[in-house]
Structures are given as structure tokens and as C-alpha cells.
Write a protein that binds this ligand. Sequence first.
Ligand SMILES: Nc1ncnc2c1ncn2[C@@H]1O[C@H](COP(=O)(O)OP(=O)(O)OP(=O)(O)O)[C@@H](O)[C@H]1O
Ligand SMILES: [Mg+2]
Length: 402
Amino acid sequence: MPIPPPAQQNFNIFPILTREQIDAARTSEWIDTFEDISFESTIIDLAALGEEEAFLQWLEEDSIFLPEGSEGRHASASVTITEEQSVPSTRRRTRSSPSSRNGSHTSDDVDTESEAPVYNLPKLNEAIRSALDKYGGAVFPKLNWTSPKDAAFILPQTAAGPLHCTSPADVYLLLKSSDFIHHDLDPARAYAGIGSDHDRRHRVEIVLKRFEDLIPSREVRCFVRNNLLIGVSQRDTVFYDHLQNEDTRIQICDTVRSFWEDEIRENFAGGEDYIFDLYLSPNLSSARIIDFNPYRDSTDPLTFTYEDLRNIVQEAFEPLSTTVPQTSSKAHTESADESTAKRTRLPVFRYIDSKAHPDVNRNAPAYQSNMMPLEMLEMSQGLNMAEFKEAWDEALAAGMTD
Ligand SMILES: Nc1ncnc2c1ncn2[C@@H]1O[C@H](COP(=O)(O)OP(=O)(O)OP(=O)(O)O)[C@@H](O)[C@H]1O
Ligand SMILES: [Mg+2]
């Protein structure tokens, strides 16, 4: 454990970050440095593919159509890329209104032939398929920093776990349905927390990781402030029996501390304040990196609060005589029992110590407020947003009068 310098400092809840620190947490920035101790990933630079504009246009348009030729793991043999399709484009094709498709024609339908947009992202389709081939058929998608985990419900749930994509269409569907990923597209949000210079446009990347069969109980989130490893939290906030054992908790802290000191501290380019996620080996003695995150409120502190974390770092830099444990009791604090210790041993490990704990993520699906009912999804097939809204409103009205 590094010995903090004695000089007294006052810490704010959040450090002031630089653009470089936020960039350092982009997968594309750290993946090469930590290639051997993280999970295989492919970075798709959309501008380099020549499809950034077309991708962003597709993503932002009020339409739920997927790019052409994106279905299936392999490109359909009958689809040959024509000269027109070889460049990203949006065109429109004629289609009929939802009510005429239902067969319920009314006199109002006469002029309701509408044009459906057609999106072409052939190089992106190809790049996604090539990652699928490389990774045995399944990938976990993200943008620069953020995964579409709020949209996991949109894909059929399989035993493989959420965000399991086996075709370009799966990747598109997740990205299109996610609110979270918009964080990465808006420079003001992506670079929130830096003093200035957050309006500069940044490269948009799609990250495809080999889909791994991860066991949530072995994931931990680790907090570094002022170049001190101050906290470790279980990643999935459920009650785990194995974490009730003190020896297990000590072993996890030892593994995380060694891993950070040996692998991360000198090599990560994100300065002195950052958060990283690890996946522990079955015997908890080694780890691999899942992700880096900026030290700011958009990163979930899980069983800590950022006030707790500030108090921990503050205490670490206090002269010994005034050291008082100041952390709140949001979850069990390993070091709170160590009343004899002069200074809290770092990192502080937080875990859910009771099934009745207020932080326990009960069996409710994550991000359920982002979900749509199944009927809504079924109804949306083949409709654009305006048509879908009209059809949905009609269905609701009919339901209310039934
Ligand atoms: N390669 C993978 N295969 C399968 N699941 C994965 C993979 N990588 C990550 N996950 C799962 O998805 C979760 C979120 O992954 P990740 O941290 O990369 O996304 P994120 O959007 O940055 O999340 P956060 O905002 O919480 O940092 C992880 O905790 C892990 O459970
Ligand atoms: Mg992350």
C-alpha cells in the first residue's frame, strides 16, 4: 500500500478531470496497453470506415428500421452489394400505412402511402460480421465508453446473458433502443466535469468485445483517488454468501491491491483519479480488467456514495492524531470494526451484508423504467415511429373501450 504524504489537503467530492483523463477511459485508449489482462475487443472507428455520418443519421432518425443486410451472422448470399449500396446512404421506398396493412382500409387511407427509409451501412455490417467470426459468433457491444445495457430487454433473453449479439442487426437494435449510449455521442455529456473544451467533436467508435460468460459475483468496482486505491465494491449489488466471510473479503482486497500496484498504477494514462472494474478468477487470486471509468458522478459508486469515498481519501491524508472514521453506513464497511487500527486500511471493501439491505437489487430487471411492453415491440415491427405511435394510440383507445 502506498504511504500517503503527510501534507494536509482538502478533497472535494469529485476531482476536476481533464479531457485526457476522460479519453483515457475510452476502450480504444487503454485496450492495447492492457491487452493481455483484459478481454478481447475490436474497435470500429466509424469515420475511418467512412460511415460515421450515415450511422449517426440512422441512429438519430425517428425511425425504427435497421440498416439493410444486417440480419443474420453471415451476409445473405442473395445480397450482393450494388454500387449504390457500397456507399452509406439513406433512401426511401414506398410502403403502405399500418391500417391498410392490417386490412382495415378506411376512406382516409387513400393517400396514406408513405415512404420507408432504407439505410445502408455495408462496411459496418461487414466489420461487425468479421468480429463475430473472430470471436466465435457472439459479441458484447459498446460505444466509446458506454454499453447499451438499458436496452438489454430488446433482444430475446438467452442463457448466454444480456447484450449477447450474434448479428449486426442485434448490435443495431441495442444501440437504437438505448438511452445510455447517447451519453457518448454528446460532447457536453461525454466530457462533463472538465473545465472547458467539451464542445469539441470526438470520434465515435463501436467496441465489440468477445462475449464472455461472466459470473457477476466475481466482478468488483475499484476506486482510485489521488493515486490511492481507496475503495472496492461488489459490482452486482445482491447479497452473496461468500462475501460474508472475512477471509474472502481480505483475499479480494489483497488481489485487487496487488493487481492495481503491479499492472495498473504505472500504466494507466488516466491520471490519479479513476475507477476500474475487475473480473476475479475462480479462486479470487488474480483478475482481468473489464473496464475503466472516469471518476465522476456518471459512474455508479454502487455500495459507496461519493461522499463516503471523499471521506476515505480525506482521512487517509489527515495527520494520524485527528483520524476519525467518517464513512456512512450505506453498506457494511470492513474497516469500521478495526477500531484499534490507527489509520483505516486501504482499500475499504464494501459489500451487501444483509438480504434486507436497502441497496439490494431485488429480482426486478435492471433498468426496467427503460422497458417497453412486449405488445409494443410486436406492434412496432416494420413501422416507423410516427406510424407506430398512431397504431399504438389506436390500440390503447380500442383497449379502453373494450
Ligand atoms: N465481454 C463481455 N461479455 C459479456 N458480458 C460482459 C462483457 N463485458 C462486460 N460485460 C458485462 O456487462 C457489464 C457492463 O460492462 P461495461 O462495464 O463494459 O459496460 P459500461 O456501459 O461501461 O458499464 P458501466 O456504466 O457500469 O461502467 C459488466 O459488468 C459485465 O457484467
Ligand atoms: Mg464502464
